[in-house]
Design a protein around this ligand. Structure first.
Ligand SMILES: *Cc1c(COP(=O)(O)O)cnc(C)c1O
Length: 433
């Protein structure tokens, strides 16, 4: 894995950042992140990435939330290297392996039992979309119903089932076929607090003229990461959970991005005091950026027949090894969650002061998923581009890319958080004026 310097030394910042032309010549137009961040990355450690020219970047993107414990975390890397050097099992479908036994036992001991969650664990395939697909399939199989309720600006992945419950019209259009059996409802605060948005759902459910088939499930994110850092209020989440229970509708919380401590607690729904029927986890569950996903569900919902939902890569043992170590390291006590909450509050305070200095910019988010919403069109992207030039990676989110989203690794030091926030503040000031 030696890094090659492919661009000639130059002082021209554009040439310096240009990508090797093989990307243009060979890789599909579908590529996206390398367009916003035109640098060839060579190595990374913690919250920092280094490109092939030796330039360093503070990573406030963290693999879209897949790197909650930072890049190449040495605590997780050591057992991974040991595991590989001993010719341990790497690929095993869903055979039993020592690494899988240890993961399941640790997950039960450190995550499920202390929270009194009586969930079964399914390995649905390595991606978040795999977890969402299996959750939707299971909900339909259990209830014998077809329709799913999703929310405005939801994001659940790119496969057909996951896309059918995703809001973004550009991504939906990519399906090329009708996306059916899903009905969007307004997410919390969709009408800016003017209309009691939530009660619309209950009203159409009750109304025999409402035109809504009795749904199998509701799928919801507690904070919409891709949809623009929309934060559902705890009372909204509780009301949704109660409504689902009253109406015999399964509640699926998609915790792919906001789980694994992003909002503080291990699961983002813990703060609301709700217990979903089905939960999806992926992004940071392996802890090391290795592909891995879980679908969790109430024990009595486990109606799968053996092999009914399978997949080649459901037994990526290196991911089990780092996942186990991440749980052992960060989730044995409440300290990590408390630190995340404190860091999140610090980031929020600083964002509030940036927002206070600029008309049309406001702070939003929960825990260590924080951001700035920019009213002016294209401003958020311009600020992110300026921040990149100054060495900070941040992406936009929201239906019009109007939100600057900060997802630093949860292990980022306060000094590094402040360094990145200083650059963000400068980038806002220079871009706005
Ligand atoms: C990223 C994400 C997914 C999809 O995960 P992939 O691994 O990209 O398939 C699903 N739901 C949420 C909330 C996500 O953030």
């Amino acid at each position: 894995m030696t890094a090659t310097v492919v661009t000639p030394p130059t002082t021209d910042p554009v040439r310096e950042n240009a990508l090797p032309d093989v990307y243009d010549r060979v890789e599909s137009e579908v590529r996206s992140y390398c367009r916003n961040w035109p640098a060839t990355m060579a190595s990374a450690r913690g919250s920092w990435m280094t490109d092939t020219s030796g330039r360093q970047y503070l990573d406030f993107f963290a693999g879209a939330g897949a790197l909650n414990y930072g890049h190449n975390n040495p605590v997780l890397k050591a057992p991974l290297i040991d595991y590989l050097s001993q010719d341990s099992i790497v690929h095993s479908l869903d055979m039993a392996t020592a690494a899988k036994t240890e993961f399941l036992e640790t997950f039960e001991r450190l995550i499920l039992r202390p929270r009194s969650l009586d969930y079964k664990v399914q390995f649905p395939g390595p991606t978040g979309a795999n977890a969402v697909e299996s959750a939707l399939k299971l909900a339909r199989k259990v209830t014998g119903r077809e329709s799913i309720i999703n929310f405005t600006n939801a994001f659940h992945g790119m496969t057909l089932g996951a896309l059918s419950v995703t809001g973004n019209s550009m991504k939906r259009a990519g399906a090329g076929i009708p996306l059916v059996h899903a009905t969007p409802m307004p997410y919390d605060n969709y009408f800016g607090g003017i209309t009691e948005d939530f009660h619309w759902f209950e009203r159409v459910l009750d109304d025999s003229g409402g035109g809504l088939n009795h749904p199998a499930a509701v799928i919801v994110e507690t904070v919409q990461g891709e949809g623009g850092l929309n934060v559902a209020r705890m009372e909204w989440l509780r009301a949704l959970a109660e409504l689902c229970q009253r109406r015999d509708i399964l509640l699926i919380v998609d915790d792919v991005q906001m789980g694994c401590g992003r909002t503080g607690a291990f699961f983002s729904f813990e703060e609301a005091g709700i217990v979903p029927d089905i939960v999806t986890l992926s992004k940071s569950i392996s802890g090391y950026g290795l592909p891995m996903a879980l679908t969790l569900f109430r024990r009595d919902l486990d109606v799968w027949a053996p092999g009914e939902h399978n997949g080649t890569f459901r037994g990526h043992n290196p991911a089990f090894v780092t996942a186990t170590k991440a749980l052992e390291t960060y989730w044995k006590s409440a300290t990590f969650a408390e630190n995340t909450a404190a860091k999140g509050q610090h980031v929020r305070d600083r964002l509030e002061s940036i927002a206070a200095a600029h008309e049309g910019i406001s702070a939003r988010g929960r825990g260590m998923a924080q951001g700035l919403k920019c009213e002016e069109k294209d401003l958020a992207a311009a600020i992110c581009a300026t921040a990149f030039e100054r060495g900070v990676l941040m992406e936009t989110s929201g239906p019009s890319d109007e939100v600057i989203k900060l997802l630093p690794p949860l292990t980022t030091s306060t000094e590094d958080l402040d360094a990145g926030l200083d650059i963000l503040a400068e980038a806002v000031a220079t871009t706005v004026s």
